[in-house]
Design a protein around this ligand. Structure first.
Ligand code: NAD
Length: 367
């Protein structure tokens, strides 16, 4: 049998398992059955994932005698809007679901966020399972219970916390993911090493290339270790009143870069986070908080993996420092007019601060 790792997100009555390994879809039914009340489920997925992996999930549910119905949505961020959300809710209700009928999100972060939000409000809350199919979704969006859709005013502005009953992260599914998407998800993996686990960062320097090359044991370790860190942080701070903010390392810069490139193909979210983390290291060094060699080592690793590590790595015209500062002022993480940054005292030693001189930020953005 292939290697499997099961971790627990400890949230009292809302605790749940994250199961990580290769070939898990075949056992999805027996994994889901013990944590839901009905032997019936509604799968929500997108067209790309449906073509590649829906049959395997359905076969896994059949094996455990769980009846199922699939709803297939268009792929892409545009699906996380009100129109798709309301249609999804009505399509699910039209199937005559009961409060005990779980939804199963089979897809990347878009499907996970949309399905989780629908599960949170349908019938005032139905159970749901996350079956993430992108690396980003396996290590980040499927864990922790944040669900949302986008508004005209910004991304993820309408949502709620609704924890899944189980997360099934089948690393075998990542073999069909385009390389660029895989690498963008890897930015979130390396984030965990950078923010709180220097040993994991050492391991990634040695083994990430093997993992992303398709070695399932290495990939299982990378995903499980990432989930372990996220699960521990979420257990201590489910609603992001403190420590959970560390998970935003690189995101204040990253979101500004995404906004400046119009949330287009020029820069994927994970690529923005990669550059954002490298900038956070450089800002920390500039402020005398972090050794220059750690900042350089971090950027070198991103480059070795094929990820961008500087603003000039983004194709097309470069945004000015003022433009980027303008985008940061609109960030969700602004509180009382002050920007919150996650800075570093070294690799594995991140902390939250809202005490950063704007001139230092401007210098970093203009470098
Ligand atoms: N809830 C959270 O905590 C949280 C955290 C981070 C990001 N997010 C959200 O996640 C979303 C991004 O997620 P994403 O990067 O997974 O994007 P995505 O869901 O759009 O997936 C990316 C692309 O890969 C395709 N795909 C998915 N799995 C595949 C597979 N196994 N093989 C081939 N193609 C596959 C999809 O169809 C899509 O075209 C954003 O909306 C973001 O806001 C949420």
């Amino acid at each position: 049998m292939s290697q499997r790792d099961t971790l627990r997100v400890e949230l009292g009555a809302r605790s749940y398992d994250i199961v990580v390994g290769a070939g898990l879809l075949a056992d999805a039914g027996s994994l889901i059955a013990p944590v839901v009340r009905q032997k019936r489920a509604v799968i929500v997925t997108d067209e790309n994932v449906a073509k590649l992996h829906l049959k395997s999930l359905q076969a896994g549910l059949d094996k455990a005698k769980i009846a199922h119905h699939a709803i297939v949505l268009p792929p892409g961020e545009a699906t996380k809007d009100f129109a798709h959300f309301s249609k999804l809710c009505e399509d699910v209700l039209a199937l005559g679901i009961e409060r005990g009928t779980p939804l199963i999100a089979l897809g990347g972060g878009v499907i996970g966020d949309l399905t989780g939000f629908a599960a949170g409000v349908l019938k005032r809350g139905v159970a749901f399972a996350q079956v993430p199919t992108t690396l980003l979704a396996q290590v980040d969006s499927s864990v922790g219970g944040k669900t949302a859709i986008n508004a005209r005013q910004g991304k993820n502005l309408i949502g709620l916390f609704h924890q899944p009953k189980i997360v099934i992260a089948d690393v075998g599914l990542l073999s069909t993911l385009p390389r660029r998407e895989l690498l963008a998800g890897y930015a979130e993996v390396v984030k965990y090493g950078a923010l709180g686990d220097a040993d994991f960062f050492d391991w990634l320097e040695a083994s990430a290339a093997i993992a992303l090359g398709g070695d399932e044991a290495a990939l299982t370790h990378a995903v499980a270790q990432s989930c372990r860190m996220k699960a521990a942080i979420v257990a201590r701070d489910e609603r992001e009143t403190g420590e959970r903010a560390l998970l935003n390392l690189g995101h204040t810069f990253g979101h500004a870069l995404e906004a400046a490139t119009g949330f287009s193909d020029r820069l994927l979210h994970g690529e923005g986070v990669a550059i954002g983390m490298a900038l956070a290291f450089r800002l920390s060094h500039r402020l005398g908080l972090c050794p220059g060699q750690d900042a350089e080592r971090f950027a070198r690793h991103l480059q070795a993996m094929g990820l961008p590590a500087a603003i000039c790595d983004i194709p097309g015209p470069r945004a000015t420092a003022e433009e980027l500062l303008g985008h940061m002022a609109h960030d969700k993480k602004v509180a009382d007019g002050k920007l919150t940054f996650i800075l570093l005292r070294g690799i594995g030693r991140a902390f939250v601060t809202s005490d950063v001189p704007v001139d230092a930020v401007r210098d970093i953005l203009a470098d």
